[in-house]
Design a protein around this ligand. Structure first.
Ligand SMILES: *Cc1c(COP(=O)(O)O)cnc(C)c1O
Length: 387
């Protein structure tokens, strides 16, 4: 047996505290309100700690009307001080490239606005809806697919019609699954979230609710015992977190995820495939392995949407296929996310897989395994099978 180098990485969890904030008490640091109040948002605040490149400085000055900049102190401590190529830094510090728009790029790359029966409610698939419950996040991802409405600085505003949305859900029995997103739903107060979940839970045909959130990664201090206790009342509840790089999984994040798991919440992860962040095999394997150690199932790996100003962060689809191909069979099946592309213009998520079917006739299927060896499976003749 040859030993694959991706197995050999030593997985470590490190604390983000105190880092650049040695004067801050553990009590303040562990308070999510302190973290939000002290988020870094401006060029002088960032420049106090980072050596910014010309591209970053120009990005900070020019992108303020597109998508705000904000980084929690917790996440900011993970940013490299001098290296603009740092994978954490690339995700949250704007660059001048954000102001360049490729003709193929869009402000609403997944065609959500045209699939809203009620403002704030995207109904694309028959049985499930995406419910946009806030336009704010704890920190802003530079490749945000919803930057047209998120962070409050652009012209377009998210105007969720709460009562109309609940009434639509109440009278639409085909909807059995509601996905709360935004913005970040876990930025809402416990009380507000409790009210939304209670109202949804009263609808008999809604079987399943999930929350998409990067709060466990940007602001793990928000995952309080009180929040977990409230969420626990609304089972079955799933949470999809969003991590892209193994360094994001700190001890604080791991402990917050453990509290959610302990409350019985099923955890999945969604990553976006990003150039210079998670497009290499060792980094991606470490991310997936670290997620499993936090009891998080890697759910989706997204091809980066054609959001305006994202060309510097996108990779080719071939890069994604190659990555999945090098993981399948080489590591735990549970570690593998489904690689998907959200079709431009509103076609929904389309799975992309390496091709393992070499040829197919009515008599047999020829397949190849992860090592490239070929195997034959004789086909079942459906017309001869007793019905
Ligand atoms: C992603 C998404 C969903 C959920 O899709 P799953 O494949 O079930 O996770 C639902 N509605 C919209 C509009 C989405 O973009």
């Amino acid at each position: 047996m040859t030993h694959d180098p991706i197995y050999q990485r030593k997985i470590q969890f490190q604390s983000s505290y105190p880092g650049r904030f040695p004067e801050v008490s553990p009590e303040d640091w562990n308070s999510h309100t302190w973290q939000l109040k002290n988020s870094l948002k401006t060029l002088p605040q960032l420049e106090k700690h980072l050596t910014l490149s010309e591209e970053e400085r120009a990005g900070l000055l020019l992108t303020g009307t597109k998508l705000a900049t904000a980084v929690t102190p917790h996440f900011f401590n993970l940013v490299h001080a001098t290296d603009p190529a740092d994978p954490i830094r690339r995700q949250i510090i704007p660059r001048i490239e954000e102001s360049l728009t490729d003709p193929t790029e869009m402000s609403d790359p997944c065609g959500e606005d045209s699939h809203m029966p009620v403002p704030g409610l995207v109904h694309r698939y028959p049985d499930r809806v995406l419910f946009l419950v806030t336009d704010r996040c704890a920190s802003y991802c530079r490749y945000c697919t919803r930057s047209r409405v998120v962070s409050g600085v652009s012209d377009q505003k998210l105007e969720t019609q709460w009562e109309a949305a609940f009434e639509y859900l109440e009278r639409t029995p085909t909807v059995r699954d509601v996905l709360l997103s935004g913005g970040d739903p876990l930025l809402l107060s416990d009380n507000r979230l409790d009210k939304i979940l209670t109202r949804l839970r009263k609808i008999p045909h809604i079987q399943f609710v999930r929350i998409g959130s990067r709060i466990p990664v940007f602001l793990p201090q928000r995952i309080t015992p009180e929040l977990c206790e409230m969420l626990e009342k609304h089972h079955p509840l799933f949470i999809s977190i969003h991590t892209n790089h193994p360094r994001e999984l700190t001890t604080e994040v791991r402990d917050g995820l453990a509290r959610l798991s302990k409350a019985g919440i099923q955890l999945g992860n969604q990553s976006v495939l990003l150039r210079g962040v998670n497009d290499s095999l060792p980094v991606h394997a470490a991310l997936l392995h670290k997620l499993l150690m936090c009891r998080v199932k890697p759910y989706y790996l997204y091809q980066c949407d054609l959001i305006q100003g994202s060309s510097h962060l996108r990779t080719s689809v071939q890069t994604g296929i190659d990555l999945i191909e090098k993981l399948r069979g080489h590591t735990t099946g549970y570690a593998l996310p489904q690689y998907v592309l959200d079709a431009p213009g509103g076609g929904g998520k389309i799975p992309i897989n390496p091709n393992y079917v070499v040829s197919r006739t009515p008599e047999e299927v020829v397949l190849r395994n992860y090592e490239g060896k070929k195997f034959v499976y004789p086909e079942v003749n459906e017309s001869l099978v007793a019905k």
